[in-house]
Write a protein that binds this ligand. Structure first.
Ligand code: NAP
Length: 249
């Protein structure tokens, strides 16, 4: 079976806004049909679907909380119903609950680990079953430069993103012989709702540490994701690509 002759289908978790929306649009521009997952933002997800359709691909929005096994199962069932197959999984959904460790609650630690790391594990499990069977797949996990450098006030978030790197490399080893690649993209400081929530002083301080002298755009990150999902990248697996204007080197 030549996979290039088929229209590929992707599941993008947290595709309703920010980096996830840019990933959905970039994949749609490559002719990939897209399942736009969201948790709360129904209207934003509908906007992403419209952008994918304008780019020439088919797309559907699917509400599911990826931090639960039931949510992930429902997401992949909906993807199968919409497009019959899942060739690409982008684990992009993520949250922050920042605090210094003495004030960080167990609840906030668990919430971040559940959404960012357990959600990716559950989606990988759903995807791997299908990808191994079809002997084809591309998985990309959204990590972060804080997984490599740490960040005061983000022990929970950094742990979840470092966990994703371990997950990526281990799963890459498990699935490589089945023509399924697993890679990670580690963004630096990207202009989205997530970083807009930071105080201006913190944003200015972070910008100072970026050799490129500017924050990145969601499209900068989406281009790296699309690189890993491209047909030409079939021999790339277990890699972590920083998209950070030089921040973490
Ligand atoms: P964002 O603007 O805050 O968007 C987060 C997305 O995740 C939304 O679509 C949200 O959906 C979805 N989401 C959150 N929890 C979910 C859940 N339990 N189930 C399903 N969807 C869920 O974030 P972003 O800045 O685009 O970040 C995207 C990814 O890149 C995240 O994993 C983040 O950690 C990572 N990252 C971002 C930066 C940065 O500078 N922005 C840097 C490094 C890494 P709803 O709105 O529908 O709830």
């Amino acid at each position: 079976m030549s996979e290039q002759t088929l229209t590929r289908a992707a599941v993008v978790t947290g595709g309703s806004r920010g980096i996830g929306r840019a990933v959905c649009t970039a994949l749609a521009k490559q002719g990939v049909n897209v399942v736009v997952n969201y948790c709360h933002g129904e209207a934003a997800a509908a906007e992403t679907v419209a952008l994918c359709k304008a780019a020439g691909s088919d797309a559907v929005a699917v509400q599911a909380d990826v931090s639960t096994a039931a949510g992930c199962k429902a997401l992949f069932d909906a993807a199968a119903a919409a497009f019959g197959r899942v060739d690409i999984l982008v684990n992009n959904a993520g949250i922050t609950r920042d605090n210094l460790i003495l004030r960080l609650t167990e609840e906030d630690f668990d919430a971040v680990l559940d959404a960012n790391l357990k959600g990716a594990f559950l989606c990988c499990k759903e995807a791997a079953r299908r990808m191994v069977r079809q002997r084809y797949g591309r998985i990309v996990n959204l990590s972060s430069v804080v997984a490599l450098r740490g960040n005061a006030g983000q022990t929970n978030y950094a742990a979840s993103k470092a966990g994703l790197i371990g997950l990526t490399k281990s799963l890459a080893r498990e699935l490589a012989s089945r023509n399924v690649t697993v890679n990670a993209v580690a963004p630096g400081f990207i202009e989205t709702d997530m970083t807009a929530a930071l105080p201006e002083a913190v944003r200015a301080e972070m910008a100072k540490g970026i050799p490129a002298g500017r924050a990145g755009s969601p499209e900068d990150v989406a281009n790296a994701v699309a690189f890993f999902t491209a047909e030409q990248s079939s021999y790339l697996t277990g890699q972590v690509l920083c998209v950070d204007g030089g921040m973490a080197m």
